[in-house]
Design a protein around this ligand. Structure first.
Ligand SMILES: [Zn+2]
Length: 177
């Protein structure tokens, strides 16, 4: 069960004073029974790129690592501290696919649960439709094993590992018909 790895299940000690009276409120935060510090669990920002070729096919990648290793995914990744989402999506596409993207158009935001290192990180995936003028530098690198163009209406969502990405593709397939 993914909920077994939620911060509310995993984090047992107060990070301020170390006391083992770190009580989950059932919704948003822990409170320390000893020093009274309150620690909130928030969503981390991540980005997703929707990139289509001239045939209207969507650019997918195959995940090199867990979570969901080997499944289909869309390009993108976490926003660094102090970075804008726009910068992050441009940087991630360059790192993963060696492509320059421009003309970002915000598509929507999709919550996700991301199990990494024994704890679930709650993310908010910020999705952008991106323009690529030159696909010739395209090559898979970084945390991506392979990349491929697939018509959004033809991809089976069972091949997509991350729940937010399934929702992104379903919605995009609906509006691009
Ligand atoms: Zn404490």
């Amino acid at each position: 069960m993914l909920s077994d790895f939620y911060p509310s299940s995993v984090f047992k000690f107060c990070p301020f004073c170390g006391a083992k009276e770190f009580v989950w409120d059932g919704a948003k935060s822990h409170t320390c029974g000893a020093c009274r510090h309150r620690l909130y669990v928030n969503e981390a920002a991540a980005t997703v790129a929707l990139i289509v070729n001239a045939q209207g096919e969507l650019l997918f990648v195959r995940r090199r690592s867990d979570p969901a290793k080997g499944t289909l995914d869309l390009p993108g990744g976490f926003v660094d501290v102090g970075e804008t989402a726009e910068h992050a999506v441009v940087r991630e596409v360059k790192e993963e696919l060696n492509l320059e993207v421009s003309g970002l158009q915000f598509f929507g935001s999709f919550p996700n649960r991301y199990l990494f290192g024994g704890v679930v990180y709650f993310t908010l995936d910020l999705v952008f439709v991106c323009t690529v003028h030159d696909f010739s530098p395209l090559c898979a690198a970084d945390d991506v094993d392979a990349c491929m163009f697939i018509a959004p209406q033809k991809v089976s969502v069972e091949q997509i590992g991350l729940e937010s990405i399934r929702e992104v593709v379903k919605r995009y397939a609906g509006v691009s018909e």
